[in-house]
Design a protein around this ligand. Structure first.
Ligand code: DAT
Ligand code: MG
Length: 148
């Protein structure tokens, strides 16, 4: 089954949005397969965002991610990468549809509350970086009520 890496950024933790965000993924029917509250250092944040290292906003982005603890998660389910991005909403909260997490809870692009992997391949890389011991193996007993 497909997995994605979801991270509640420091603003989401500070603003008390952890429960709300986890609830949205849970109620959708996805399964939580990894979860930790963690502060990361500069080198780790730079590795996570390595693909963006040439961007003018890179340093500000790294400062933001290391400014407080984040909630790192593995979520699993059918099409969870693409659907997770839909639940999160557009990168710039100004463009994020109402009902999405960024559409409901964010205003500035540099405080957009949450990260989600953009492809199955980057999910695999990000899960490897954040959860070197892998996902917790368990299966929800609700699966027959969620999948046909
Ligand atoms: P996403 O987080 O939607 O996958 P991304 O991977 O392109 O977006 O960029 C990572 C983060 O960097 C994004 O959540 C917010 C920040 N960012 C992206 N584009 C930006 C820009 N033009 N100005 C400032 N910050 C930006
Ligand atoms: Mg991205």
């Amino acid at each position: 089954m497909e997995q994605t890496f979801i991270m509640i950024k420091p603003d989401g933790v500070q603003r008390g949005l952890v429960g709300e965000i986890i609830g949205r993924f849970e109620k959708k029917g996805f399964s939580l397969k990894g979860l930790k509250l963690i502060s990361v250092d500069r080198a780790f944040a730079e590795k996570h965002y390595a693909d963006l290292s040439a961007k003018p906003f890179f340093n500000g982005l790294v400062e933001y991610i290391i400014s407080g603890p984040v909630v790192a998660m593995i979520w699993e389910g059918k099409n969870v990468v693409v659907t997770g991005r839909k639940i999160i909403g557009a990168t710039n909260p100004s463009d994020a549809a109402p009902g999405t997490i960024r559409g409901e809870y964010a205003i500035d692009i540099g405080r957009n509350v949450i990260h989600g992997s953009d492809s199955v391949e980057s999910a695999r890389k990000e899960i490897g970086l954040w959860f070197p011991d892998g996902a917790v193996p368990w299966r929800s007993n609700l699966e027959p009520w969620i999948y046909e």
